[in-house]
Design a protein around this ligand. Structure first.
Ligand SMILES: [Zn+2]
Length: 58
């Protein structure tokens, strides 16, 4: 099984249980929560680049 990491909070996300997903530059990203997805879509380049982050925006 493929593993995915929420690019916003760096949590491991099971795609079957993901609370959101998004595609950016041909790559699919999964999120632990809709909040993380919103955060990603606001600034995808910031997260897709693999830069550090400060956890879920809860
Ligand atoms: Zn998250």
């Amino acid at each position: 099984m493929e593993r995915h990491v929420d690019p916003v909070c760096r949590m491991d996300v099971d795609p079957a249980k993901a609370r959101g997903e998004s595609e950016y530059e041909g790559k699919r990203y999964y999120f632990c929560s809709p909040r993380c997805r919103e955060e990603f879509e606001r600034e995808p380049s910031r997260y897709a680049g693999g830069s550090r982050s400060g956890g879920c925006p809860s």
